[in-house]
Design a protein around this ligand. Sequence first.
Ligand code: GLU
Length: 376
Amino acid sequence: MAISCLSDLADKVQCPLLVIKVGSSLLVDSGGVRDGWLAGLVTEIAQARKRGQDVIVVSSGAIALGAAKLGLEKGGRGSLADAQAAAAVGQILLSGLWSDLLAAHGLTAAQLLLTLDDLEDRRRYLNATATLMRLLDAGAVPVVNENDSVATQEIRFGDNDRLAARVAQAAKASAVLLLSDVDGLYDRNPKEAGAKLIPEVAGVTKATHAMASAESASGMGSGGMTSKLQAAEIADLAGIALVIANGTHDRPIARATGEGIGTLFRPRRKAGARKAWLGGRMRLRGALVVDAGAAEALAGEASLLAKGITRVEGEFVRGDPIAIRTGDGRVIAHGLAEYDAAECALLIGRHSNEQAEILGYAPRRAVVHRDQMVLK
Ligand code: GLU
């Protein structure tokens, strides 16, 4: 099972579970909810279900809808407090919309509001996975959004692109379809003359990032191409295909899958589930700075030993995610620390057979084991 072209997204064998992300600017415009367009999209979702595909929706729009209702300026994005208040009002409307429209096709909507922590804490991540699986088993259509009203700045995704990729990973989806207001990734700013749509990307590289223009065309959502590429990286690591397609047309899924208009990010490899979860994490608790010898050993897939560490940064405890980087600031890997920051500081430059003597115990030789590490 692997997605190799856009039409595979409509194939139940290649794509038994599809995550569809709907951006704010598609759902809401200055006149309010775009009912007609949304009803069309829900018809397409119902058709996918009839074909035997499962669908999870990641829907933006709470902030935009709530801001309109409360009369907040800047679409509710003037401050975090505005966004949180707007989301609290808008989320009720949003859930009601999805619930009514899906019900018209005999489908049951299920609302899930998630924060970054729900997907970055391993236990809560597994719990979210179990809930999604149970809902799909029971025949419901999960409709997911970020829990914007409680997610403070530092525990926020802030955009639903990465949230969608994380949800796809948690639910073990085959593909993510990001519906936006652009046709896909262009080789330069799409407003420039001669800009070309890139139909397929195999893994996100520095060159891919260079093509992205950070500005969001509509100003309504918060994502832009940058967060879509970050989402593609999360999906890549999880071995999941990701598609950016234009949702502004009627029947946008058919346009992407039937006419093949969009950008397909094909995953380069199938990462282990745990490594994929680890690699997509954003909140690191600290860093270990390493010497050139250790950097080379890590590139050869070795574990990190205390001997190669030159500095410890941050207040992490055992099991926390940390960065491993060189003295000149290049991040080599992310991994889970086997020891607390204070213990790591005591172990700097020491041989692993000295660990028991220094700490009074030494359950593990490695400070970051290679199984708990993802190279960057
Ligand atoms: N969670 C936000 C909302 O519902 C949208 C985030 C985004 O723009 O991607 O309004």
